[in-house]
Design a protein around this ligand. Structure first.
Ligand SMILES: NC(=O)c1ccc[n+]([C@@H]2O[C@H](COP(=O)([O-])OP(=O)(O)OC[C@H]3O[C@@H](n4cnc5c(N)ncnc54)[C@H](O)[C@@H]3O)[C@@H](O)[C@H]2O)c1
Length: 338
């Protein structure tokens, strides 16, 4: 089979650290050109990965170098326009999360890609983590009974950094909610197959003076009636940070720690303990948990393999984009009164 010829828009950051190495780990892919608006970055990344051409203009690259797929790893404010440029050249497109600045902008992308019959996918890679897949399997086969509570917490330390796009509303669309909570929302839907029906939220700037929020909290009710919370912070030191996902049902619970991140790490505890009668003593003797560890595989590699299978499958599939739009609708709600 012919290789999939990729070009990259936005070569620094996550592209350099995770996406390009993952693409090149699969010999189904080749990268034929990279583009970054900073020439030295484009050149550095091209040399680092042996990519034959580099550019500082996306349209110039796409006009000059034929390709099958474009990877976009730029600030959120660039996603819409760059994906539309890719579509103009008739190429399938993979955009890093979140899809765009708003649901409406993302929906225009979906409609344009659907009309052209080209594949679009958004980089929500955490669903490919082996423990999140295990969680999905357990939840969806009734291993926790009826779900009643979901709690997620995800944070990092992100102080003021000159020029940081996540700290400017016009470039990132928002702060820690747009950056971190979107992963939690993706995992909620991926694991439970459910989605958010209603929510309320707080955002705050407690620690830093940048324009976007450094703290956010969402309380929600899902379509199936599950209640939950998502707490995300840019102002908790990395050494104290929690990446925690908890799901409780009538028959069991799952608690995953350290699984939300860029590596297939962490662990997950599963307790299955259906209880018929009320225990007045409340002695809470705990059932022995089953514990699983992260598999150590490359979740970005798995994500791109999935994208490639959509390209070779013949018909585009937009389920991941629909899910990304539902996530963006929640972001819109959180920011509507800010
Ligand atoms: N899935 C993940 O694990 C993950 C992790 C981090 C970031 N992201 C997402 O990836 C995207 C990029 O984030 P990042 O952390 O790599 O940012 P970054 O700032 O580290 O890197 C962005 C790169 O894009 C370049 N750039 C900026 N504007 C550009 C433009 N108009 N045209 C071309 N290049 C431009 C910058 O020079 C830089 O090299 C965002 O959507 C972010 O949310 C995803």
């Amino acid at each position: 089979m012919n290789k999939i010829r990729w070009t990259v828009i936005g070569a620094g950051g996550i592209a350099d650290r995770r996406a390009i190495p993952a693409l090149l780990e699969d010999d189904q892919n080749e990268i034929v050109a990279v583009m970054d608006r900073v020439e030295s970055e484009a050149q550095r990344v091209a040399e680092k990965f042996g990519v034959p051409a580099y550019f500082t203009d996306a349209e110039e690259m796409l006009a000059a170098v034929p390709c099958d797929a474009v990877y976009i790893g730029t600030p959120v404010a660039c996603h819409y326009e760059q994906a539309m440029t890719a579509l103009k050249y008739g190429v399938h497109t993979f955009i890093e999360k979140p899809i765009a600045m708003t649901e409406a902008e993302g929906r225009r992308l979906l409609e344009a890609f659907q009309a052209a019959g080209k594949q679009l996918m958004i980089g929500y890679m955490m669903g490919y983590h082996n423990l999140h897949k295990k969680a999905r399997e357990l939840v969806q086969t009734g291993g926790l009974g009826t779900l009643n509570l979901v709690r997620m917490q995800f944070s990092c330390w992100y102080p003021e950094i000159a020029g940081a796009w996540r700290q400017k509303k016009s470039l990132g669309g928002g702060g820690c909610f747009m950056d971190l909570a979107v992963h939690c929302l993706d995992l909620f839907t991926t694991i439970t197959g459910d989605s958010i029906a209603d929510c309320c939220s707080y955002v705050a700037n407690r620690t830093f003076s940048y324009e976007t929020e450094d703290s956010a909290m969402l309380m929600f009710r899902s379509k199936q009636g599950v209640l939950g919370t998502i707490a995300v912070n840019f102002n908790i030191p990395d050494a104290c940070a929690a990446s925690k996902l908890e799901i409780y049902g009538t028959d069991g619970s799952l608690v995953a720690e350290g699984t939300m991140g860029q590596e297939e790490r962490g662990s997950m505890r599963y307790v299955y303990s259906p209880q018929g009668s009320y225990e007045a003593q409340q002695s809470r003797t705990t059932a022995e948990p089953q514990v699983w560890q992260g598999g150590g595989e490359n979740i970005y590699l798995k994500q791109f393999k999935d994208f490639n299978s959509l390209l070779t499958g013949g018909r585009p599939n937009y389920d991941n984009v629909e899910k990304s739009l539902a996530i963006q609708a929640i972001c819109d709600r959180v920011y509507q009164n800010v």
